[in-house]
Unconditional design. Structure first.
Length: 80
């Protein structure tokens, strides 16, 4: 499996978790969830994944750098 496809698989799984569980998502929450489910546990990876999902329009970013969290984008126009 290539790095790109494994990253996309990881991002898809994270987005599915966020859609299912809702709420505020931080790098720490992703980190803890992945530790329980056997995913990559580095906080830096969790942070980059959240940033990428926000860049793609799936998540909204909130707060300052030291208190940043993300929520699911619930735009009414149906776009991510």
């Amino acid at each position: 499996m290539s790095t790109d496809s494994s990253r996309e698989t990881r991002l898809d799984a994270l987005l599915a978790d966020i859609r299912e569980l809702g709420g505020k998502w931080t790098a720490g929450r992703v980190h803890k969830r992945r530790r329980r489910t056997g995913g990559p546990v580095q906080r830096g990876t969790a942070r980059r994944d959240l940033i990428e999902l926000a860049r793609r329009g799936y998540l909204d970013q909130h707060g300052s750098e030291d208190g940043r969290f993300y929520t699911l984008n619930t735009r009414k126009d149906g776009r991510p």
